[in-house]
Design a protein around this ligand. Structure first.
Ligand SMILES: Cc1ncc(COP(=O)(O)O)c(C=O)c1O
Length: 353
């Protein structure tokens, strides 16, 4: 039975990745040993780590000598404080576009001054606010995709100030000039792999600009100098992330997956716009192609709609409590067919009423 899983994260991964990962848990590459019982310093795992780090750079067009990729622990939430711990010397600028930006701002305030250049909080984060960077800061921090509210940044500032970006929910989903960013981070559990690893891509220049007295586990340079093996890394998450990046590369990389992602978003948003029973949460110009947030225009259809969803084997469509309604997360591994099933249910509801 095919389940259409729209979960916002942890989320779906390609079936072939699940199959290969489950085989490796029992027997890694016919070694007779489980991926989970070999030393992280073994050749087998060092090769996995190297391939994962290289693939991340390659897929983002960042290969070469300018960037280092790291797989760290503590989730994207640890990056909220780690970025500030390493680089907030005086004042940093932030864009407040939702729950995750707010959390990043809160952590940064523990380390220095924070200037919020724009916020859409007064409109329940239904758009990306305008902003300008008019003075020098240690860095500018933004969230490229707002998982909870369903908005996404389409442009990023041209500035001399280092740009740090939380790409947890849209990394590897669309093409950008990634070299614009000085530091990118993403928790694995959406477009990358299972929870447990956090991908960080950092410009090498920054590694020489870290504050003094940053504890080892919080220090990007310590992790970079040890090739992301300062301590035992989350081996399973990294291995599955590597398999998933191999899959993405074999699909034609970001350019190809982006076409699919845009098609999925297009058919869902056109149903939301055309069907009078639904309304979208976000402003059209800032809609996310990863997480579509919407609601019923009349709550009395809720029960009928939800029983139709479950009959169609649609899972995890509930919106986050701060928005309500529904949220369809359409990460890379989601097929166009699954989105079509959802769209059919929505249009069937209209024809029933
Ligand atoms: C955009 C964004 N940033 C940060 C986080 C927090 O990630 P983690 O749970 O890995 O700390 C999430 C989680 O969903 C997210 O969507």
């Amino acid at each position: 039975m095919k389940i259409h899983n729209f979960c916002a994260g942890p989320s779906i991964l390609p079936n072939e990745v699940f199959n290969q990962a489950s085989r490796a848990v029992k027997d890694l590459d016919e070694s007779g040993l489980s991926l989970l019982e070999i030393s992280h310093r073994s050749h087998a795992f060092v090769n996995i780590m190297d391939e994962a780090r290289d693939l991340a750079l390659e897929l983002l067009n960042l290969s070469g000598s300018n960037y280092t990729s790291l797989f760290l622990q503590g989730g994207a939430s640890s990056q909220f404080l780690m970025t500030a711990y390493n680089f907030l010397k005086n004042e940093a600028a932030f864009l407040n576009t939702g729950t995750w930006s707010k959390k990043a701002i809160k952590e940064a305030k523990l380390f220095g001054k924070v200037d919020v250049l724009g916020s859409s909080e007064d409109k329940n984060f239904n758009h990306i606010p305008d902003f300008t960077i008019s003075k020098a800061y240690d860095y500018f921090h933004c969230t490229s995709n707002n998982t909870i509210f369903g908005t996404q940044m389409n442009t990023f500032p041209d500035t001399e100030i280092p740009i740090f970006c939380d790409m947890s929910s849209d990394i590897f989903s669309r093409q950008l000039d990634f070299s614009k960013f000085d530091l990118i981070y993403a928790g694995a559990q959406k477009n990358l792999g299972p929870a447990g690893a956090t991908l960080v891509l950092i410009k090498n220049d920054l590694l020489d600009n870290i504050k003094s007295n940053v504890p080892s586990m919080m220090n990007y340079k310590v992790h970079a100098d040890k090739s992301s093996m300062f301590n035992t890394p989350p081996v399973f998450s990294i291995y599955v992330s590597m398999l998933n990046m191999r899959w993405l590369k074999s699909m034609g990389g970001i350019n190809e997956i982006e076409k699919n992602n845009r098609k999925k978003a297009e058919i869902l948003y056109s149903e939301i716009d055309l069907n009078p029973l639904f309304k979208g949460h976000s402003e059209i110009k800032d809609r996310s192609i990863m997480n579509a947030t919407f609601n019923l225009t009349d709550d009395s259809f809720k029960q009928t709609f939800e029983s139709m969803l479950s009959e169609a084997n649609i899972e995890a469509l509930a919106g986050h409590r701060s928005v309500g309604g529904y949220r369809a997360s359409m990460y890379n591994a989601m097929s166009l067919d699954s989105v079509k099933v959802l769209v059919e249910v929505m249009s069937e509801l209209e024809s029933k009423i």
